[in-house]
Ligand binder design. Structure first.
Ligand code: SF4
Length: 351
């Protein structure tokens, strides 16, 4: 099989760390991942934003490893401690087969979770899957610490970009995620993704078909960081939908941190969701703060998301309403109008 993208691994600059190692020869860089695609979990997931999960689920593919070291990582079992979990080393051809299997199961899309450190192998897999008839959109669901050059290299292969924006301050990115240049990198990343795909667009059933949707996890005690992140998105384009996540929990190594060693308060979250409207971001997805445990996966289970997830929307009277989504169906998408008359805030669950 011809693997033109994977050849880039001979001197890896797949992400902003630009380690330069030869992964084809067995060398490993910061991400500690070689040339295989390290598959941890693949299955239908109903906990993403409604346009991504729909009613048939998103075909999520989770990879081991990461190019960040977030001290609060909710996926730390597979991003950092992956040596303690079963990981399948797949070829791009193998992964193409997984994509086709997920489409056969009914997935609305193929959702590559944390692909930044395997971007080139994943690109070869997408090409192979398309050649075999894959017809649903591909979602690039990343932490936002991506290489703009790599994104340009794979232009045309990804329909939906679903990146995080974590930090607007390099010192904070260094302290909490071990990346010196996250804040300096993310504007170019979002600009490239927007240029390739435009703002998120949906079909007549409300399922995403193309475009950019940005996620932001609100960290307790760092509201100014959140404000700057949202302002950055708004400056890029107010048409970009933003998913504002409240699911922060002091997991992994965050428990003793002086500021993020606690959960997010409802007041903090409300301040940030209101701020999103104030800066003109009119398409936002919101969560309820007390349900954060529903959003957190456990990769020690065969089904990391078997508890399903809880979703909410903000009603017209400003009161939250909650609906339960289980693995097989979504009872209510809860799409409502914001009391200000501006566009709807809707619900989201994050893997
Ligand atoms: S993908 Fe991994 S090896 Fe390549 S530059 Fe990034 S951290 Fe380094």
């Amino acid at each position: 099989m011809n693997l033109p993208f994977s050849q880039e691994l001979a001197g890896c600059a797949g992400c902003p760390r630009r380690c330069g190692v030869n992964r084809l020869a067995g060398e490993k860089g910061f991400c500690r991942i070689g040339s295989d695609l390290p598959l941890v979990h693949a299955g239908l997931h109903f906990g993403e934003e409604p346009p991504i999960s729909g009613n048939r689920g998103s075909g999520t593919i989770f990879f081991a490893g990461c190019n960040l070291r977030c001290i609060y990582c909710q996926n730390h079992q597979i991003s950092q401690e992956f040596h303690r979990h079963p990981v399948l080393g797949l070829t791009p051809e193998n992964l193409a087969g997984e994509m086709l299997r997920l489409e056969t199961l009914g997935a609305h899309n193929i959702n590559l979770v944390s692909p930044s450190h395997v971007v080139f192998q994943a690109a070869d897999a997408i090409v192979a899957a398309r050649e075999e008839g894959l017809s649903v959109p591909v979602v690039y669901n990343s932490n936002g610490y991506d290489s703009v050059d790599a994104l340009r290299r794979i232009r045309g292969l990804v329909e939906i970009y679903l990146p995080d924006i974590k930090y607007s301050d390099d010192a904070l990115g260094r302290e909490l995620s071990g990346a010196d240049d996250y804040a300096g990198t993310i504007p170019g990343v979002l600009g490239e993704m927007l240029d390739q795909a435009g703002p998120l667009t949906m079909n007549g059933e409300g399922i995403a078909v193309r475009g950019l949707l940005v996620r932001h996890l609100v960290l307790p005690g760092y509201l100014e960081n959140s404000r700057k992140c949202l302002r950055l998105i708004a400056d890029l384009s107010r048409e970009i939908p933003v998913s504002i996540m409240s699911q922060y929990a002091p997991r992994y190594r965050a428990g003793n941190h002086p500021r993020i060693g606690r959960g997010l308060t409802e007041a903090e979250y409300a301040e940030i969701t209101d701020f999103a409207l104030d800066v003109g971001l009119e398409n936002a997805f919101v969560q309820e703060t007390e349900s954060r445990d529903h959003y957190l996966p456990d990769f020690d289970r065969i089904r990391p998301f078997e508890n399903g997830c809880r979703v909410v929307s903000r009603g017209q009277a400003g009161r939250d309403t909650a609906v339960r989504v289980d693995r097989d169906r979504q009872e209510d998408t809860g799409i409502v109008s914001h009391p200000s008359g501006r566009d709807a805030k809707k619900q989201t669950c994050k893997n």
